[in-house]
Write a protein of this length. Structure first.
Lengths: 114, 116
C-alpha cells in the first residue's frame, strides 16, 4: 500500500522568509510525486512533480521540491514567501509501475503573514 | 483550452433524495477521477475511469454511490438516498493515460453538496 504523510496541519511564515512544507511517502517501488495547491473555494492546482532525473524539481509560482529517496521525502520549498501563497497544500504519490491511483496527504495550511 | 468543468457548483438536497453530479474533463484526457473532500479531511478517492471503463471502484463508500462515463468524455456521479454524511465537496479530475507515465491530474472547481 502507498501512503503520504504531511506532518504539519499548518505552517506559519512571515512574508519574505523561506518556507518549507513537509511531505514523506511510502510506496513499494519507485514513486511519482506531486504537489498541488488549493485556494479557498477552488479546485486543486498542479504545482510540480517528480518523475525521474534531477532530485530538485522547479514548478509554478517559484516553488520547488527536493526528492530525497533515502529519507522518502518530497518537501516543498520557496525561497521567499508571499502573502498570496497562503493556501492549502497537498502532497500526492503513486507508484511508477503497474496499477495504482494517486494517494493524497491530508494537506497543510500555509499562512503567510505580512 | 478549457479546463475541467463540474456542475452544479452547489447543490442542497434533502436527506433521502437522489443527486447527480456532472464532470466534463479536458478534451483528449482518457482518464477521469472522482474524489470527495470533507471539511478538515484530505482527498478521498472514489472511482476512476479509463475511457468508459471503471477498473477501480474500491473507493465508493457504499452501494448508494455509482458513476458512469459515456463517450469517453462526460461523467456522472450519482448518490442515491442521500445521507447527511454525504455532505462534502466532490472533485473531478482528468489526465492523459492512467497506468503509464507520471501524468498530473487536472481538477475541476468541485461541487459542494449539502444534505439537510
Amino acid at each position: 500500500a502507498q501512503s503520504v504523510a504531511q506532518p504539519e496541519d499548518q505552517v506559519n511564515v512571515a512574508e519574505g522568509n523561506p518556507l518549507t512544507v513537509k511531505c514523506t511517502y511510502s510506496v513499494s517501488g519507485n514513486p511519482y510525486l506531486f504537489w498541488y495547491v488549493q485556494y479557498p473555494n477552488r479546485g486543486l492546482q498542479f504545482l510540480l512533480k517528480y518523475i525521474t532525473g534531477d532530485n530538485l524539481v522547479k514548478g509554478s509560482y517559484g516553488f520547488e521540491a527536493e526528492f530525497n529517496k533515502s529519507q522518502t521525502s518530497f518537501h516543498l520549498k520557496k525561497p521567499s514567501a508571499l502573502v498570496s501563497d497562503s493556501a492549502l497544500y497537498f502532497c500526492a504519490v503513486r507508484e511508477n509501475s503497474g496499477y495504482s491511483t494517486l494517494t493524497f496527504g491530508k494537506g497543510t495550511m500555509l499562512l503567510v503573514s505580512p | 483550452g478549457a479546463g475541467v468543468s463540474q456542475s452544479p457548483s452547489n447543490k442542497v438536497t434533502e436527506k433521502g433524495k437522489d443527486v447527480e453530479l456532472r464532470c466534463d474533463p479536458i478534451s483528449g484526457h482518457t482518464a477521469l477521477y472522482w474524489y470527495r473532500q470533507s471539511l478538515g479531511q484530505g482527498l478521498e478517492f472514489l472511482i476512476y475511469f479509463q475511457g468508459n471503463s471503471a477498473p477501480d471502484k474500491s473507493g465508493l463508500p457504499s452501494d448508494r454511490f455509482s458513476a458512469e462515463r459515456t463517450g469517453g468524455s462526460v461523467s456522472t456521479l450519482t448518490i442515491q438516498r442521500t445521507q447527511q454524511e454525504d455532505s462534502a465537496v466532490y472533485l473531478c479530475a482528468s489526465s492523459f493515460f492512467f497506468s503509464t507515465g507520471g501524468y498530473e491530474q487536472y481538477f475541476g472547481p468541485g461541487t459542494r453538496l449539502t444534505v439537510t
